[in-house]
Design a protein around this ligand. Structure first.
Ligand code: DGP
Length: 112
């Protein structure tokens, strides 16, 4: 079981900001911005690289919920960034697909 599956099953606590039947959004334990939320599928898809056609609708719902989650976190107007890290060079550290939602400060571009 990944750490995020444990959060989804409430085995490990997290600061949950939004929940749907098949995905969850909670605050990152190591925030890189004043608002840093992770949007995860409840069932483990390891990374975007191995997502299949069966995952597309779920991934679409997760992405589609981002504006609502941004609104709940107070960054809808100021702006926010969505990030998926895939693989070593991207800094992926948890093998359970997650969309980072970052906001609450001006974010640099290009990212480091
Ligand atoms: P990534 O590097 O893209 O794989 O991001 C993984 C993120 O997950 C990282 O920003 C820290 C966060 N994280 C790791 N373990 C936990 C945890 O147990 N709880 C929460 N809330 N976040 C976690």
């Amino acid at each position: 079981m990944t750490i995020f599956e444990k959060i989804a099953s409430r085995e490990i606590p997290a600061d949950i900001v939004f929940e749907a039947d098949d995905f969850l959004a909670f605050r990152d334990v190591r925030p890189q911005a004043p608002v840093h939320v992770l949007i995860i599928p409840k069932r483990c898809i390891p990374r975007i690289d191995v997502a299949t056609g069966d995952d597309v609708a779920l991934l679409g719902r997760m992405l589609g919920a981002a504006p609502k989650i941004a609104q709940l976190c107070g960054v809808a107007e100021s702006g926010y960034r969505l990030v998926i890290n895939n693989g070593r060079d991207a800094g992926e550290s948890v093998p359970h697909l997650h969309i980072h939602l970052l906001g609450g400060r001006a974010l640099h571009w290009p990212p480091g």
